[in-house]
Design a protein around this ligand. Structure first.
Ligand code: CMP
Length: 139
């Protein structure tokens, strides 16, 4: 059945003018954009978004980076959206990402890894609700 996933195009990808190319890869892979927002988040907001990683060695750098410039948050729909999106973007660490994946092509480092993708149905809901209200999602 069709379901949703949630993504963020991260600050370096925006800064490097790769947002259009990344969105094209997403559309070409069959994902339909259900909601999208060009925005910025504060350090506090980034800390809340990535609260599950609090205390990990990369947490401070991650929230500094995620609040360093504009991002694009989006909700995407497709059959098997969560797993297929993670396949499309590739491994968290771009050195381990397969050829042709978004992170292999556009990531600069494990922190500046071009895009975020939700890892579970529960997290899609939590993460989408962080950025969008009901009126902003056209079902
Ligand atoms: P993302 O999918 O946005 O979820 C958490 C982010 O933490 C991850 O992508 C990376 O950008 C960042 N990160 C930095 N270092 C690590 C690491 N060692 N393991 C996992 N995530 C990391």
């Amino acid at each position: 059945a069709k379901n949703m996933t949630f993504t963020i195009i991260k600050p370096t990808a925006i800064k490097n003018n790769n947002a259009g190319a990344i969105l094209k890869m997403i559309n070409d892979a069959g994902f339909v954009i259900k909601a999208m927002k060009f925005t910025r988040i504060s350090k506090t907001q980034a800390g809340a978004f990535y609260a599950v990683h609090k205390g990990k060695p990369f947490y401070k750098e991650l929230i500094r980076f995620m609040s360093s410039g504009p991002i694009i948050a989006a909700i995407l729909e497709k059959e098997n959206a969560i797993e297929d999106f993670r396949e499309l973007i590739g491994a968290t660490n771009p050195d381990k990402a397969k050829e042709g994946t978004v992170r292999k092509i556009f990531a600069c480092s494990v922190t500046e890894n071009a895009v975020h993708g939700s890892d579970s149905v529960e997290n899609v809901r939590i993460e989408a609700d962080f950025f969008f209200n009901q009126l902003e999602i056209y079902y």
